[in-house]
Ligand binder design. Structure first.
Ligand SMILES: [Zn+2]
Length: 78
């Protein structure tokens, strides 16, 4: 897979933890396969991962646990 910004090195496959929003709820998907450009840091989601995200957001995949994190709202920073 090539970087959409036209960088020379091929994008690297990485497993990442990604946060998504469903209505007013946040969901986290761990070990989601992403492509990351080693040059500019551009991320790209492969179709297989996009399908997983879609299934999760549509409630077709049941959660395996709860994720609790501290919330930082940008409007309070600075
Ligand atoms: Zn790039």
């Amino acid at each position: 897979m090539e970087c959409p910004n036209g960088c020379l090195p091929p994008m690297e496959e990485r497993k990442e933890e990604k946060l998504f929003h469903r209505n007013s709820k946040s969901v986290v998907i761990s070990d989601l396969t992403m492509y990351v450009c080693p040059d500019c840091g551009q991320e790209s989601m492969p179709l297989s991962s996009a399908r997983i995200v879609e299934d999760v957001l549509n409630g077709r995949i049941k959660p395996s646990g709860k994720f609790i994190a501290e919330l930082y709202e940008i409007s309070f920073i600075g």
